[in-house]
Design a protein around this ligand. Structure first.
Ligand code: SAH
Length: 659
């Protein structure tokens, strides 16, 4: 797509006539060129499976003259200078008309530009920046504040000139790849709790600020507004963007599949990949039949409940309650069929595409998910949904409580933290890390500023800091978190993932996927009184053992642990932890959940009398907002392993019930 848009100014430009001003306009939306220049470069070993975008497109953009619409205005350049117009004036005069021409050339109406110039520096012409004017213009547009004499808003002007007349074309469809490719990372930053506090936008209401932010990110004002209405005024930007993309996905898939939900084809991953054991045809056909019925039932319900597919995420995301806060709910009645042995606990990302949590919930005996953001238990956000049949009274946290703010968790950063960075929480800890080039660029940008950097520079740096969880480690110096710090934030023991042949990249990946131990422990804490002598645990998708560590830290003895984890590195980490913590129980591990069939489960169950708890957080690769390439929902290659969680749990229930 970008090939045709690589240079709107050049003769090869083949986009629709309205794209040129629009392109320029979008390029100037504050995307930080110093920061973006090469930031798509991930850690050299970034797991391509999860983050895979075409960075060549980015290079093309950088070559494009339009990409520098605002280049110099955000490179730490001193306020008051405009490229080639060091002495420019916004007052009457030739440079003023030049500015007007410049913005009119982007597609804004002359009236609007005049208004922005007037409001932003007529009195003090030396301090006019393109960026300031542009932001003002953008604000008018976003808030539909264009002056009456301006007639239509710039926004609608732009659309009305769409020769195709396709009013449904979204900005991100037109230029979505372009914006996506300019962003460094997967995720639109999990900015909940920190949005907007750095910007001098006090005059705007919260809703207006969010609208502006979303428009600034490239969304249509209509869809941004609808998302705020739907998700509620307190929703975070992450939740809103997720809502918007889920809506887009749903529209796209509706268009693709008609009204009916698609059953996974036999040769696709998903329920149909149940392992067939040639030794036991009877069991196999029983399992398959039972499974097929259940699957069908799940889908039938899905058809019936199509309208109720959207699970509303609570705000604040505290589930049934978090330590230190009054409980939101102290009693719940579980649906019939959800109770009984064993207890189970399933986890996945809260911000999954539309319908995913409904489906998960339907399969897991109609239990409503409990959504919790771990920022209520530690200093980093981690929004997760948990479907479980555990009691919810008398939960208790593991002690000591985790530090809840960045400065408490990472006290050495405090000294260097600039006053204009008002973050108190880190964003979700990811599997990837920022490049050295980005931190270098930030340092250079700051060194180019005298004193407190201009708002625009602050904003751009803060965007990067949020996106990449950068912390201040020196004067003008930000750095990504070290794996040791991430381990600590997630509640793992020091050096849990260190050594034994594991690379830094693998550490980050394993940690990025793991449970936040304090959160999970808080939920599992109720088991302590129920099983004072310890538990038998079936741990599916164990990773680095978030559940095992949580139970151990709660003081719940681990009698028999059957751990199923495909990554040998993670299995080694868990085993090494097992040995170091002098566990007296037995750890049995298997690589692949897909291989865990009824026979094997029956053997295990008969050898130690059944499982007390079945834990698992299946892969979120195709669910998380960070995946812009294959966010295929629950039928995606990795995420369909959820069905194995259900299959195995259901088998365990039935075998234990029979016994
Ligand atoms: N809860 C875990 C992490 C879960 S992430 C923790 O606390 O660390 C999902 C995990 O599923 C990853 O570790 C991934 O390696 C594992 N996985 C992926 N496919 C699998 C499969 N077929 N069988 C077993 N584990 C698998």
């Amino acid at each position: 797509m970008l090939a045709s848009l690589d240079s709107p100014g050049d003769s090869s430009y083949v986009g629709s006539p309205f794209l040129f001003p629009f392109f320029c306009f979008l390029n100037s939306l504050g995307t930080t060129d110093w920061a973006k220049e090469d930031c798509s470069e991930m850690d050299e070993n970034t797991p391509s499976d999860e983050f895979d975008w075409d960075s060549n497109d980015e290079n093309e953009i950088q070559k494009s003259p339009s990409a520098s619409c605002l280049n110099s205005s955000i490179t730490g350049r001193k306020e008051g200078t405009i490229p080639g117009e060091a002495n420019s004036s916004a007052g009457n005069g030739p440079s003023n008309s030049k500015l007007i021409r410049h913005f009119v050339g982007m597609g804004f109406s002359e009236n609007l530009v005049a208004k922005a110039i007037k409001e932003n520096g007529e009195e003090n012409t030396e301090t006019i920046l393109e960026a300031q004017i542009l932001e003002a213009l953008l604000t008018y547009v976003a808030l539909e504040k264009s002056p009456p004499e301006g007639g239509q808003s710039v926004y609608s002007d732009m659309h009305s000139s769409d020769s195709d007349g396709d009013s449904n074309i979204r900005r991100t469809e037109i230029d979505g790849d372009f914006l996506d490719d300019l962003s460094d990372v997967d995720e639109l930053s999990d900015v909940s709790g920190c949005l907007g506090d750095e910007e001098n936008m006090d005059h705007l209401s919260d809703k207006e600020r969010k609208l502006l932010h979303l428009v600034d990110m490239g969304y249509y004002i209509e869809e941004a507004s609808a998302a705020i209405d739907r998700c509620g005024p307190d929703s975070s930007i992450m939740e809103l963007t997720d809502f918007i993309s889920a809506a887009q996905m749903a529209r796209a898939s509706d268009a693709q599949m008609g009204e009916l939900p698609r059953l996974p084809p036999d040769d696709q991953p998903g329920p149909s990949h149940i392992q067939i054991d040639p030794r036991n045809k009877k069991r196999r056909s029983f399992d398959d039949e039972r499974w097929e019925k259940k699957r069908q039932r799940g889908y039938e319900k899905k058809v019936l409940d199509e309208d109720e597919d959207t699970v509303r995420l609570p705000n604040p995301m505290v589930g049934f309650g978090v330590p230190g806060e009054p409980a939101v709910m102290i009693h719940r009645t579980l649906p019939e069929g959800a109770t009984g042995s064993p207890y189970f606990y399933y986890e996945n990302v809260a911000l999954a595409p539309k319908g995913v949590w409904r489906t998960i919930s339907r399969f897991l005996y109609d239990i409503e998910p409990e959504f919790v953001d771990s920022q209520h238990l530690c200093a980093a956000a981690r929004k997760r949904g948990y479907v479980h049949n555990l009691p919810i009274q008398n939960r208790h946290p593991i002690l000591p409580l985790q530090p809840r703010t960045i400065h408490e968790a990472l006290p050495l950063t405090k000294k260097w933290w600039p006053s204009w960075d008002r973050r108190t929480k880190l964003n979700c800890l990811q599997t990837v890390t920022a490049s050295a080039k980005l931190t270098e660029r930030i340092r250079r940008a700051l060194e180019g500023c005298e004193g407190i950097p201009p708002l625009k520079v602050q904003k751009d740096i803060l965007d990067e800091c949020r996106k990449w969880n950068l912390v201040w480690v020196g004067r003008n110096k930000v750095a990504p978190l070290e794996p040791d710090e991430i381990e600590m934030l997630l509640g793992f023991p020091k050096n849990h993932t260190r050594g034994g042949g594991i690379s830094r990249t693998d550490r980050l990946k394993a940690l990025g996927n793991s449970f936040q131990v304090d959160t999970v422990a808080y939920h599992l804490s109720v088991l302590k009184d129920i099983f004072p002598r310890g538990i038998n645990l079936l741990s599916l998708f164990s990773g680095i053992g978030g559940a095992e560590v949580a139970l151990h830290r709660l003081g719940i003895p681990l009698k028999n642990v059957v751990s199923v984890e495909i990554s040998e590195t993670s299995r080694n980490i868990l085993r090494s932890w097992w040995e170091q913590t002098n566990q007296t129980g037995k750890l049995i591990d298997f690589p692949d959940v897909q291989q865990l069939n009824g026979d094997r489960l029956e053997q295990l169950i008969s050898s130690f009398g059944g499982f007390d708890l079945v834990v698992g957080g299946s892969p979120c690769n195709n669910l998380s907002g960070s995946n812009r390439v294959s966010r295929d929902g629950l039928e995606g290659r990795h995420s369909s392993l959820f069905y194995d969680y259900f299959r195995i749990l259901d088998l365990v229930k039935s075998i234990m019930g029979k016994n």
